[in-house]
Design a protein around this ligand. Sequence first.
Ligand code: G3I
Length: 345
Amino acid sequence: EVVSLKDSYKNDFYIGTALSADQIEEKNANEDSLIEREFNAITAENIMKSMFIHPQKDKYDFALTDKFIAYGEKNKMFIHGHTLIWHSQLAPWMQKIKDSTEMKAFMKDHITTIVSKYKGRIDSWDVVNEALNEDGTLRKSIFLDKLGEQYLVDAFKLAAAADPKVDLYYNDYNNEEPAKRAGNIALIKKIKAGGGKIDGVGIQAHWKLGYPSLEEIEKSILEYSALGVKVAFTELDISVLPNPKDFSGADVNQKFEGDPKMNPYPKTLPDSVQVKLAERYASIFKLFLKYKDKISRVTFWGVHDGQSWLNDWPIKGRTNYPLLFDRDLKPKKAYNSVIQLKEIK
Ligand code: G3I
């Protein structure tokens, strides 16, 4: 019998992965079979963002999104749409929108066209992505600038009008931290009070070995679900390297949490750090299982370490190891620890 993530957690929540453009085009058969064996939910890592899907005012490009959805349907996967309204990865023409009339027209056309096109075929949407600052206030963006906070309510209303049955999410990072979480709770209430339909909150979960604390994650699950929305962990990865901002003046490339002298990093994560990562993943999944009735989906931000955005952020060309499969597509200790949580019972 083949053991897999999706089968181990089939009674708990969806186990998803983000797919790169190459993976959507099925360019690597080994990766495809891994994806199909382990995951039952997919998110497009980039191709549905506005600069790719709506490159010019009167031109949409649905070619890769069509493939993405066909791939999910062929494999009977839960299909998540990422993302409709986001200040980043905008097409150049969108950045030139000059007033509220034009912005309203853009939002209506963009959301209605995309959501209606895939009505009934996409299971949930990130309607708005990353609208909050770390202190919980609204982020300065072209949307806020042209329309004020009403743009948030409008986005959810437009999406619901285009597909009344699809689940609609607000998605952000660090929204398990107290100040941003408070802002996120206020935002959900505002959308509801304004007559918008919101079904869930996405906690991206770009986490680290020691951060955030399990207590804050637990509080987040409880406080968000108390508002009557589903909680999804939408972009999970655990960096084992520090963010330079956390170590002012330090040589970040030397600040590896395993052997500090190791540079360049090896292709495989050293054993001591493998163990730390495995323990961290196990404690997180244990918490997820405790609240499985409140959690709709747990999606990893990529299939294997070689593909992770964390290899290029915040410094280009670092070697990070944030996922459950290594660069050779082999399961890591972290994979086993997540599987074992379900085997012991
Ligand atoms: O499309 C160009 C390609 O033409 C060019 O050859 C190549 C050269 O670098 O760049 C390509 O664009 C890259 C794009 O990914 C598609 O591969 C960008 O440089 C690169 O910056 C971009 O990074 C993505 C990032 O979002 C952009 O903000 C990452 O892959 C993606 O993992 C990341 O995902 C975000 C979520 O959408 C939202 N939450 C945070 C998360 C991590 O940042």
